[in-house]
Design a binder for this molecule. Structure first.
Ligand SMILES: *Cc1c(COP(=O)(O)O)cnc(C)c1O
Length: 404
């Protein structure tokens, strides 16, 4: 076993070596511009792009023409929200979303609010899910778009997006989902789930960084979005810019590998995640598991270690790459807004650690991490006067602290 151990696969995933191998020829020999119609260099590039488009479409049950290449899920989210809001301005200005979304949605929606959007932020259950009934009740005649994520990047909760899709379809409202965490990890079918727009990212599915895609439905209904990048009219006018062929080949290969290996990989990462949780639960008293008990990303578990500072625990876990609920949104020590949305207080939000098991983790790595967590939490709690008082049965919430 090699240190450090990477167990932060919600943040990014390593590029699969098979993806790297597929990409290299398109950086060297096959450097053509996929828009060059007059020579073989262009044709070779275009062929590669179109075969990647097929591979990506196949992974989510779409057709190739519905895949638009972007620089990643952040751009896909921006493009979907701004593009639909602009195109359907005559229909209305109401957008529905939730406070647990990724910043790429939250900040885009806030920007749209300043452009005149009326936004409903749906309430969040303490398991991180959004209730379909709440969504149904929030839809109005002037609603143009619902954007609700599939898998949450911090707590791993998977939302019932098929139910949201059905509700939106019935109401005649467009449904966008940010599926950056779930594409290639759990089964997705855009037709079964009645998804109109879907964002995905290469580097969350063992592909390269700087590439992603937006699925844009072409039938029942034909979804239109106003372009946000103007220029040469690439990607059927929706997103101009010379296509990064090597990146696209990488995303296509990553999608193919995910599709072929998904059933096995899902089982394997889930088993490793469960093994980690079982060991840590057995070895550490008084932990909180954040997120949905059953409906979660296969490899994700987010745990609050009460009476321990997440930052101190991260230091103790120096050889292990994981994330803490206080560090993930910014350089400041603001507690995670996702954890706050599901009702955690500041202390428990600050004491949370996100473990993300992925394709390349092994059982011995999981065991090493579990043992290290158990030892580290015990050490940190032994130094904590609050933990000692809690052990003595003192209710810390009832104490009036001097100076407060
Ligand atoms: C990582 C992530 C993004 C951003 O994707 P990039 O490709 O890095 O821009 C958006 N949404 C979710 C849910 C993510 O996990």
């Amino acid at each position: 076993m090699k240190l450090p151990i990477y167990m932060d696969n919600q943040s990014t995933t390593p590029c699969d070596p098979r993806v790297v191998d597929a990409m290299v020829p398109y950086l060297a020999d096959h450097f053509g511009n996929a828009s060059s119609r007059n020579h073989a260099f262009g044709w070779t590039a275009e062929e590669a792009v179109e075969s990647s488009r097929e591979q990506i479409a196949e992974l989510i049950g779409a057709s190739a023409k519905e895949i638009v290449f972007t620089s990643g899920a952040t751009e896909s989210d921006n493009m979907a929200l701004k593009g639909a809001f602009e195109f359907y301005a005559k229909k209305g200005n109401h957008i529905i979303t939730a406070p647990t979304e990724h910043k790429a949605i939250i900040d885009t929606v806030r920007w749209l609010e300043r452009q005149g959007a009326d936004v409903t932020w749906l309430p969040v259950n303490d398991d991180g899910t959004i209730s379909p009934d709440e969504l149904k009740a929030a839809i109005r005649p002037e609603t143009v778009l619902v954007s609700l994520m599939h898998g949450n990047n911090e707590i791993g909760t998977i939302n019932p997006i098929g139910e949201y899709g059905a509700i939106c379809k019935e109401a005649g409202v467009l449904f966008h989902t940010d599926a950056a965490q779930t594409v290639g990890k759990v089964p997705i079918d855009v037709n079964e789930m009645k998804i109109d727009l879907l964002s995905m990212s290469g580097h969350k599915m063992y592909g390269p960084k700087g590439i992603g895609a937006l699925y844009v439905r072409r039938k029942n209904p034909r979804v239109r979005i106003s372009p946000q990048l103007h220029g040469g009219g690439h990607e059927r006018g929706m997103r101009s810019g010379t296509l990064p062929v090597h990146q696209i080949v990488g995303l296509g290969k990553a999608a193919e590998l995910c599709r072929l290996e998904l059933p096995d990989e899902m089982k394997r990462t889930k088993a490793l995640r469960d093994r980690l949780l079982e060991k840590v639960s057995a070895g550490v008293p008084e932990i909180l598991i954040n997120g949905h008990e059953d409906n979660h990303l296969p490899g994700n578990v987010n745990i609050s270690f009460t009476f321990v500072e997440g930052e101190s625990l991260l230091m103790a876990l120096r050889d292990v790459a994981v994330s803490s609920g206080s560090a993930c949104t910014s350089a400041s020590l603001e507690p995670s807004y996702v954890l706050r949305s599901i009702g955690l207080d500041d202390e428990n939000a600050h004491s949370s650690i996100r473990f993300g098991v992925g394709r390349f983790n092994t059982a011995s790595e999981v065991d090493y991490v579990a043992d290290l967590v158990i030892q580290s939490v015990a050490k940190l709690r032994a130094m904590s006067p609050l933990w000692e008082m809690h052990q003595d049965g003192i209710d810390l919430k009832s104490i009036e602290w001097a100076g407060h």
